[in-house]
Design a protein around this ligand. Structure first.
Ligand code: ZN
Length: 282
């Protein structure tokens, strides 16, 4: 409450426009984990419609398949049939662009960076890819990692399964994965700079969008990242949220997208535009 009041005052006194000497190219990537929930799914569809109406681009929904160990448990508890999950994903693929969102588990516990567990991750990854194929859900060869889980083993899996676009790498200090940040730094990749390695185009996830009552928060936080991390003038990357966050934030998130769309330095892209950009080849 006090924070809310202070921010009201702060944004009344100061405005935080995006740095005007930069160009921004954003796509929207969902970490889609709540397909089984009717209410969350309705909000997700509504957001995808609105996002397209505002930007003329499709939101990208990277999804966990129904045979993911965690999703399996929840569906069993809620008595949700796999057929319903598949039907919803097909419906979603008509209004968004689907990708694969991986969360990996061993003995019921999530494997989080820097832990690797190559054997377990490889088996689960391959099983989940088979599930998408069996159910004729096209992942568009597009991946975004859960818990920002990324390492050499995961890159190998992406290559061997013909993925060609990934959104897992990030400089954002809130998204914890040391491998990803060290990799970007070591290869002299700036904030929002796409890169190409082993037939995969990597587009960084820049920042979450958007879970407060203030769209100024988004601009202020993005400006802070640009100030603190070496950046080029052209910033290309993904904004992200979970589908289940929309129940608290959909109005603010849409406000934020509307606000960005009015900025002449901002434009949006989706998977159809991926080849338009220059990638630093490693
Ligand atoms: Zn996730």
């Amino acid at each position: 409450m006090i924070k809310h009041l202070l921010k009201n005052i702060l944004y009344h006194i100061n405005s935080y426009p995006l740095e005007s000497n930069h160009e921004y190219r954003f796509c929207y990537v969902f970490h889609t984990e709540s397909i089984y929930n009717e209410h969350d799914f309705a909000l997700l569809k509504s957001f995808c419609y609105d996002f397209f109406k505002i930007t003329s681009k499709k939101a990208i929904c990277t999804v966990m398949p129904a045979n993911n160990p965690q999703i399996k448990i929840i569906m069993l508890q809620k008595n949700i049939k796999e057929e319903l999950y598949v039907t919803r994903l097909k419906e979603l693929s008509a209004i968004s662009q689907i990708g694969y969102h991986g969360h990996f588990y061993k003995d019921g516990k999530e494997i989080k960076p820097p832990v690797k567990e190559k054997e377990t991750v490889t088996k689960q990854f391959n099983d989940e890819i088979q599930w998408f194929k069996k159910n004729e859900i096209d992942t568009n060869n597009c991946y975004s990692g859960g818990w920002w889980y990324m390492n050499e083993d995961l890159i190998e899996l992406l290559i061997s399964n013909n993925f060609n676009i990934d959104f897992t790498f990030t400089y954002n200090p809130n998204f914890k994965n040391i491998f990803s940040k060290e990799f970007l730094k070591t290869n002299d990749i700036s904030f929002g700079q796409p890169f190409y390695l082993n037939k995969i185009k990597y587009i960084q996830t820049l920042i979450g969008c958007h879970n407060t009552n203030f769209t100024d928060d988004f601009r202020r936080n993005l400006n802070k990242l640009i100030k603190n991390i070496p950046s080029n003038k052209k910033i290309i990357g993904a904004l992200c949220t979970h589908d289940y966050n929309l129940k608290d934030t959909i109005k603010m998130t849409i406000d934020c997208i509307n606000n960005l769309a009015l900025n002449p330095n901002v434009s949006f892209f989706d998977l159809n535009d991926i080849n338009k950009y220059d990638y630093k080849t490693l």
